[in-house]
Write a protein that binds this ligand. Structure first.
Ligand SMILES: Cc1ncc(COP(=O)(O)O)c(C=O)c1O
Length: 395
């Protein structure tokens, strides 16, 4: 991708694009590609937030049958297929005892579109939106594209958002906070009490709480995920996705749930943006929602094995330690300071010397330069073990 340098002189391009920080991940992946060409060893990448577990064959087979029906070849209603919205309403009742109606749901092209539509629907120029630091890199860029001001809040060593830090970040211009648990990039989860404290502060200050729960189903060791909307505050927008829950990243289906006025506004952005999410993908999502629980269990079983090997591979390296217990997602976020390197140096060292890819913590904010993000979404167990022994011998 071309890097655009001089925005002031390039009048063809909108000023707002100059606010967007180029992704260091792209540089890393380009370098990975260069090294792969000259290396005899296979590159082992803990870099991707993608999953290499195929969508379950039962879901795919049912989709194939449904594709013969011309309904699947057309636009759906703007907010999404009614059957899918109704299935989601039942799911939120069953799982979280929440009473949504189908017009409080909008189906989007991935959670990413739900995020963007939400920020566009709520942000006036100069509104401050609070984000966690570290956090998923797209939030800051999307908020800036929507004319908002990004206010990062550093988290504690376990990557929990503390009430004091949250309170200190609030100003009269604060419009919303976005929280994400289970948390990308660290794998941290919040317990119900911690979540309640955050929701109470949002309520006391009348701030919209956006809760990105894209990893709500990827949890380990019997942790119980609470949905932010369970905690008696009306101004909560819940965003989630089928990408991780059913290993369906390529289908691009996500959604937003919330109070009717906010969801109607999000729907207006969505209509003008994409008209509707892909109909075949929405049909697939509805098949997935009605599929046996064993399908999700098999994804979790595979990820749990990889998680164990990944934690072992990294914590056996001298100077690398975990400061949290990553009970969710398919990421771990170790601190590498004890190796004498920061996250960027560690990442470069590993790529050049061991052909192993990890992502430096400075990709996710400004407060965790000594950390790296490690994703086990795209490496099988054997490759994780191989990566561990390569790294150990390199260092
Ligand atoms: C925290 C978080 N939110 C949202 C998304 C986007 O998910 P989707 O594939 O549904 O667009 C991701 C993807 O990695 C993510 O990590």
């Amino acid at each position: 991708m071309t890097v655009i340098k001089n925005f002031k002189e390039n009048r063809r391009i909108a000023q707002r694009i100059s606010e967007i920080r180029p992704s260091g991940l792209r540089k890393l992946f380009d370098l990975e590609y260069e090294i792969a060409k000259s290396s005899s060893q296979k590159i082992l990448s803990f870099g991707l937030g993608n999953l290499n577990i195929p969508t379950h064959s039962e879901i795919i087979n049912e989709l194939k049958e449904k594709l013969d029906d011309p309904v699947s070849h057309r636009y759906s209603s703007n907010a999404g297929l009614l059957e899918l919205r109704e299935s989601l309403v039942s799911r939120y009742k069953r799982r979280y005892n929440l009473d949504y109606t189908s017009d409080q749901v909008v189906i989007t092209s991935g959670c990413l579109e739900a995020l963007f539509d939400t920020f566009l629907a709520i942000t006036n120029p100069g509104d401050e939106i609070l984000i966690q630091d570290p956090t998923f890199g797209y939030y800051a860029n999307q908020i800036k594209l929507c004319g908002g001001k990004v206010i990062p809040i550093p988290m504690n060593e376990k990557f929990i958002l503390e009430t004091e830090a949250f309170n200190n970040a609030i100003t009269p211009k604060t419009k919303a906070i976005i929280i994400n648990y289970p948390h990308n990039p660290t794998g941290s989860v919040m317990d119900r009490k911690q979540l309640r404290d955050i929701v109470e502060i949002a309520a006391d200050n009348k701030i919209i709480l956006i809760s990105d729960e894209a990893y709500e189903d990827i949890i380990y060791e019997n942790h119980i995920h609470s949905c932010a909307a369970e905690l008696d505050y009306d101004n909560v927008i819940v965003l989630s996705s089928f990408s991780k829950s059913y290993s369906m990243t390529g289908f691009r289906i996500g959604y937003a749930l919330g109070p009717s006025d906010l969801i109607s506004s999000i729907s207006i952005v969505h209509q003008n943006n994409t008209a509707c999410a892909s109909t075949p993908s929405q049909i697939t999502a509805n098949i997935a929602l009605r599929s046996p629980s064993s399908i999700q269990a098999s994804i979790l079983e595979e990820l749990a094995k990889r998680r164990k090997e990944t934690i072992k591979a990294f914590t056996l390296i001298e100077g690398v330690k975990l400061t949290n217990n990553p009970l969710g997602t398919f990421y771990i976020y170790p601190n590498v300071k004890g190796t004498g390197m920061n996250g960027s140096e560690f990442s470069e060292f590993m790529l050049h010397n061991c052909q192993v890819v990890v992502v430096p913590g400075n990709e996710f904010g400004n407060s965790t330069d000594d950390y790296i993000r490690v994703s086990y979404g795209f490496l099988n167990q054997d490759d994780i073990i191989e990566a561990g022994s390569r790294m150990k011998s390199c260092l």
